[in-house]
Ligand binder design. Structure first.
Ligand SMILES: [Cu+2]
Length: 697
């Protein structure tokens, strides 16, 4: 055998060993995964894209349900029973995915295909859509989950299959986008990991585990429809509590209560934690951990220059990722959350705690009342995420500079006033405050604008320029499907102005379809749109070229926020306040990003208004058909409700569907290994595969 043959043999053997090690690592990772983890939760360093299927049933359910919860909370063990959701120990109806809260977490690698088979079994024919907050849906625009924009509400009973392949790494989430269902529990986390080589902060942490997602939300002791109607016509509303991963202690003395959330950690490690604020009210939350600082590395999926903080504030819809070094003495430490502008019935800030528990620490202390939690920083600056940091530092903290952002370089500027307009309520003839954008109340189209545009009457759409100056400031309400056009690839700069008035509040504003770059934000005394326009025009506002990439931003009460994005992702993308009541009442608009949309998926469900029935001679004067029902396929006579996708179901066999492709892939790889080892053939283009495991799974 010649020297070159020996070299070839050695190379072949090295490749064989590499592939076998990779298989061993994959096998070990799968074997070590807890039995209840989805197979798509894995290290993304060895990235073979997977198809990740989830079968979800949407139901109304009950906290402390019987018989599921047994003697919970008297018997703490019973609180962990399957299908037991104790919340903060107060009984109330909830709308859930698979009877768990938060909903089952989606944890995948960038480039995996996601299939979610939804079976809607809500009562009262409630339509549902699920929105994937933080996913751009480029190429799968119809899967954005917005009722009457991207799809028809999924009827009850009915099925729908969401199917898309996301490439946006980061901490995201999902929630119902129909009515007020999100606030009743229909929401969960959606984490997309990438390889540690691709992550700009991959060397800053050792462990990135599914159990280190911190999902927080405000909590009410009634359904949100009741809270809303009481707020509108019964006199005010409050936030009863806050939950951390669905757990908490109610305000007040409660010696017997369900368990609090505990995050178990090993000493001497660097953990990536992912925090999501799923609040429905204006509940900015201050987050801190006793005895620990945090290294913030990302927000809304956008990587940031690392920022070490003792606490941060996070508004509804936002996400913040931080690295926690477990470098303190072995003990139990409180994770403290306080909702700043949101208060309970006693007028106190809503709050909650969880525990960070070092392995080897003493048993958790028993408490019967939530402790006092210090509100740091200036309380009139609740909108600042990192109040103990220089504002300039925070808003120059983005990691990429891929959008133009110098003054006057934008192709298109839009001023959007985010405010409450005082108008006469047509049903009561009394003045009422309406949350609006540019004094216009948004309503949803009568058919999905993305998939059934041709079925929509043109007169439901409007732009601000369609109204005379001052026309929408008076008693009458201007309302329509409010739109702003964005040309393909143009850079649009949006200047949000929250006028300084006695009823201005913080609004967390969210854009679907992509991230934007926040380039400026501040409070100014007596803020008005004209005042901000003058500051922009005379160059007084400095834009940060390297602002953070986000999909939710606060617009301060009495101030402005400026962000930019490019029209690269065609579609009708809603931009709205993430306070549940505010969107419901019309604080939204659609950016119509021009360009070629993909074809509407085959057999995509349709719906629309029932056309007025013109009586024929034979029928005489039949009663007219309702014009407001949304239960008919457009263009038909309305005898069939919304047509939903028949291909989904909840057969038990579906749960095993992932085994088939997995077995096939493993067999294929094994075949290649055996082929290479036995035949010694040199395969060209074989990649060097890093097997550095980034997470201990
Ligand atoms: Cu709002």
């Amino acid at each position: 055998m010649s020297v070159s043959d020996l070299n070839k043999l050695a190379k072949n053997m090295m490749r064989c060993v590499t592939v076998i090690v990779v298989l061993a690592v994959l096998g070990t990772a799968m074997a070590l995964r807890p039995a209840d983890e989805h197979p798509c939760y894995r290290s993304c360093d060895v990235s073979i894209p997977m198809t990740c299927t989830y079968n979800w049933t949407l139901n109304w359910f009950y906290t402390l349900a019987q018989p599921q919860c047994g003697d919970c909370p008297v018997n703490i063990t019973d609180c962990s029973n399957p299908d037991c959701f104790p919340a903060d120990g107060v009984k109330r109806p909830v709308s859930l995915v698979n009877r768990v809260f938060p909903a089952p977490s989606i944890q995948i690698c960038s480039g995996d295909e996601v299939i979610i088979n939804v079976a809607n079994k809500m009562l009262n024919d409630e339509g549902v859509t699920l929105h994937w907050h933080g996913i751009f849906q480029n190429g799968s625009q119809f899967m954005d989950g917005l009722p009457m924009v991207t799809q028809c509400p999924i009827p009850s009973p009915g099925n729908f299959q969401y199917r898309f392949t996301p490439y946006e790494p980061g901490t995201h989430w999902f929630h119902s986008h129909a009515g007020l269902q999100r606030a009743d529990g229909m929401m969960g986390s959606f984490v997309i990991r990438e390889s540690s080589r691709a992550d700009p902060h991959g060397d800053l942490y050792d462990l990135d585990l599914s159990e280190n997602v911190i999902f927080m939300n405000d909590w009410h002791h009634d359904t949100m429809v009741n809270v809303y109607t009481r707020d509108q016509w019964g006199g005010g509303s409050s936030v009863a509590s806050i939950l951390i991963n669905g757990k908490g202690l109610p305000v007040g003395n409660s010696a017997v209560h369900p368990p609090l959330e505990v995050f178990n950690v090993l000493p001497g490690q660097r953990y990536r934690f992912r925090v999501i604020n799923g609040a429905s009210f204006f509940c900015n939350m201050q987050f801190s951990i006793q005895g620990h600082s945090m290294l913030v590395i990302a927000s809304d999926g956008g990587s940031m220059q690392p920022l070490e903080v003792d606490y941060f504030r996070i508004s509804g819809g936002e996400r913040i990722d931080f690295v926690l070094s477990t470098d303190q003495p072995i003990d139990n430490y409180q994770i403290q959350v306080i909702g700043l502008p949101c208060t309970n019935e006693q007028g106190e800030p809503s709050k909650q705690i969880a525990y960070l528990r070092y392995m080897g620490a003493n048993d958790l202390p028993t408490i019967d009342e939530l402790p006092n939690i210090t509100s740091y920083g200036n309380s009139s600056f609740w909108w600042q995420a990192f109040p103990d940091k220089s504002f300039a530092d925070v808003y120059a903290s983005g990691m990429e500079a891929d959008y133009r952002s110098t003054a006057n370089a934008e192709d298109h500027q839009e001023y959007i006033q985010v405010s409450f307009g005082s108008h006469i309520n047509p049903s009561t003839q009394q003045p009422k405050l309406y949350p609006q954008l540019n004094n216009i109340t948004y309503y949803f189209p009568t058919s999905p604008v993305m998939s059934q545009f041709e079925d929509l009457p043109g007169n439901i759409f409007c732009k601000e320029s369609d109204f005379a100056p001052g026309q929408c400031d008076g008693d009458d309400i201007c309302s329509c499907v409010h739109t702003i056009d964005v040309n393909p690839n143009e850079v649009i700069e949006v200047i949000l102005v929250n006028p300084d008035s006695h009823f201005s509040v913080l609004h967390p504003m969210h854009l679907h379809g992509q991230q934007f770059k926040v380039v400026a934000m501040d409070k100014i005394e007596g803020a008005t749109v004209d005042m901000v326009r003058e500051l922009v025009n005379n160059g007084s506002i400095v834009r940060n070229n390297n602002g953070p990439r986000k999909d939710v931003t606060i617009v301060p009460n009495g101030g402005y926020t400026i962000f930019q994005f490019q029209g690269w992702n065609p579609g009708w993308w809603i931009f709205h306040c993430h306070i549940e009541f505010h969107l419901e009442e019309g604080m939204g608009l659609l950016f119509n990003v021009k360009g070629n949309l993909p074809s509407v998926p085959k057999a995509f469900p349709t719906c629309g208004v029932w056309p007025p029935a013109a009586p024929t001679d034979d029928e005489g004067a039949e009663p007219p058909v309702s014009e407001t029902s949304t239960a008919s396929p457009a263009g038909t006579n309305g005898d069939v409700p919304c047509r939903s996708d028949p291909q989904t179901g909840s057969s038990p066999l579906v749960h095993l569907a992932w085994i088939v492709p997995l077995t096939f892939v493993l067999a294929l790889v094994l075949g290649l290994v055996i082929g290479k080892c036995v035949l010694g053939k040199q395969r060209t283009g074989s990649a060097d595969v890093s097997i550095a495991m980034h997470s201990a799974k």
